[in-house]
Design a protein around this ligand. Structure first.
Ligand code: DP6
Length: 401
C-alpha cells in the first residue's frame, strides 16, 4: 500500500554505441523493424562513448516530455512512442493484471525523459543505437521489466537492439512475422578478447549523408546485390565471423570485417539512385590500412564504415601506438594537436624509414579531426548515484555543470 502511493519514480541508465562487423542493411518489415539479414557487432566501451538517460514518472505530470542533449524534443516521434508503448505492455504482462499496484499506478502516470551523449552528435558517430538502447533500459528499470528488451530497442532503431548487450552481439534476423524471434543475443562478453582495440577516426568537414532508414529502403527496392548479400553472403559470413571471434583470430576477423564493410558500401553504389557514404578521405584511410597490413605481411588493422565517412579501425593493443603514429603522419593535425588523440592512452612510437616510405605516401593535413581510442565494453548500466540523474525531483532538466 505504501508503494502504491509513490507519487514519483525515477531511473537513470547508460548505454553503449555498437559497431557492426557484419552489417545490417535492409528491412523486410519497416514498421516492426525486421531485417533482411542477421548482423553482428562489437559493443564499444562506455568510458569513451555513452548515452545517459533519466526517466521519471509522476502523478503530477500533465504530459509526456522528452529532452535530447538539453533541448526539448518531440516525444510524439513514432519510434519513441513504440518503445514507450512496448515497455509499458511488458510491464502490464509481467505484473499480470492488478497485483502490483505501485507499477499500475506508475503506468498511469505521464513520463519525463532526458537523454544526453557524452560525445558530440556532430561527430557523426551512430548515436541512435545508444540512444534507443538507453531509453528502453531506463524505462524498463522504471517499470520493473527485465526480459525481451532487445525486441523493444529494435523498435527504436534496428541497430539499437545490439546495444542491449556488451561484448560481441548477434542480431538474429528471425523468421516470425511478429518479430518475437528477431532479437539480439550475446556471442561473447567483452572480457573474451582483452587485446582487441578500437580507433575511431573522426574525419573533418562531414556533410549530413542520406539517413540509414531511408537509404536502406531504397536499397531493398532497387539493389539486386543487396538481395544476394542477404540471402547468400551474410549467412555464410555470420558463421565464419562467429568462429573468428570464438578463436580470437584477428586475421580472420579483420579480413571479414573489411570485406563486409566494403560489400555494404557496394550495395549502396548498387542502389538506384546510388548512395555514397564513403568520401575521398575514407578511401585514403582504406588504402592506408591495406598498405600498412601489406608492409607487415598480415592483417594488423581492419577498417569498417557505417552510413558516413568516419572510419572505425579494429586492431590489437600491441599495434595501437604504431598505427596511431602512422595516422598522425598521414593526416597531420591542423591545429588542436594536443587533443588529436582522445580516450584510452596511446604511447609514442618511432616509425622505421621503411614503414614511412611504404605506408605514409601522401599526407593530407587536417583531414582527420581526431582519433578516439576505445575498446569493447559492457552493455547498459544502471546509474545508482542520484547526482547523475539528468532530471530533478520536479521532473525538469537539471543545470549541467
Ligand atoms: C550502416 O539501425 O540506424 O549502421 O533500423 O532504420 O533505425 P534503422 O537503421 P539503423 O541502421 C544502421 C545501419 C548501419 C549498419 C549496422 O549498424 O549494422
Amino acid at each position: 500500500a505504501m508503494a502504491a502511493e509513490r507519487a514519483v519514480a525515477m531511473a537513470t541508465c547508460t548505454a553503449p554505441v555498437n559497431i557492426a562487423v557484419i552489417k545490417y542493411w535492409g528491412k523486410r518489415d519497416t514498421d516492426l523493424i525486421l531485417p533482411i539479414n542477421s548482423s553482428l557487432s562489437v559493443t564499444l566501451h562506455q568510458d569513451q562513448l555513452r548515452t545517459t538517460t533519466t526517466a521519471v514518472a509522476s502523478r503530477d505530470f500533465t504530459e509526456d516530455r522528452l529532452w535530447l542533449n538539453g533541448a526539448e524534443a518531440d516525444v510524439g516521434h513514432p519510434r519513441v512512442q513504440a518503445c514507450l508503448r512496448e515497455v509499458r505492455r511488458l510491464a502490464r504482462k509481467r505484473r499480470g493484471g492488478s497485483e502490483d499496484a505501485a507499477t499500475l499506478g506508475l503506468l498511469s502516470y505521464k513520463v519525463h525523459i532526458a537523454s544526453e551523449n557524452n560525445f558530440p552528435t556532430a561527430a557523426g558517430l551512430a548515436s541512435s543505437a545508444a540512444g534507443y538502447a538507453c531509453l528502453v533500459s531506463a524505462l524498463a528499470r522504471l517499470y520493473g521489466v527485465e526480459d525481451e528488451l532487445s525486441e523493444v530497442a529494435r523498435r527504436g532503431s534496428g541497430s539499437a537492439c545490439r546495444s542491449m548487450w556488451g561484448g560481441f552481439v548477434q542480431w538474429q534476423r528471425g523468421e516470425r512475422p511478429d518479430g518475437t524471434d528477431s532479437v539480439a543475443l550475446q556471442v561473447a562478453p567483452e572480457t573474451h578478447w582483452p587485446e582487441l582495440r578500437v580507433l575511431v577516426l573522426v574525419v573533418s568537414g562531414e556533410k549530413k549523408p542520406v539517413a540509414s532508414t531511408a537509404g536502406m529502403q531504397t536499397s531493398v527496392e532497387t539493389s539486386p546485390l543487396l538481395k544476394h548479400r542477404a540471402e547468400v553472403v551474410v549467412p555464410e559470413r555470420l558463421a565464419q565471423m562467429m568462429r573468428h571471434i570464438r578463436e580470437r583470430d584477428f586475421e580472420g576477423f579483420g579480413q571479414l570485417a573489411m570485406r563486409d564493410s566494403n560489400q555494404f558500401h557496394a550495395t549502396c553504389l548498387d542502389t538506384f539512385p546510388p548512395i555514397f557514404y564513403l568520401n575521398d578521405l575514407s578511401r585514403h584511410i582504406i588504402s592506408l590500412a591495406h598498405r600498412y597490413n601489406a608492409h607487415h605481411g598480415h592483417t594488423k588493422v581492419a577498417y569498417t564504415f557505417d552510413a558516413g565517412p568516419n572510419a572505425v579501425i579494429f586492431t590489437l593493443d600491441d599495434t595501437v601506438d604504431e598505427f596511431v603514429e602512422v595516422v598522425r603522419r598521414s593526416f597531420p593535425p591542423a591545429t588542436n594537436g594536443d587533443q588529436f588523440v582522445r580516450g584510452l592512452p596511446v604511447g609514442s612510437a618511432t616509425l622505421s624509414q621503411e614503414l614511412v616510405t611504404a605506408v605514409v605516401t601522401e599526407p593530407v593535413p587536417g583531414a582527420v579531426q581526431y582519433i578516439l581510442h576505445t575498446k569493447p565494453g559492457p552493455g547498459p548500466q544502471l546509474v545508482d548515484d542520484p547526482s547523475q540523474h539528468l532530471l530533478g525531483a520536479d521532473g525538469l532538466p537539471r543545470c549541467r555543470a
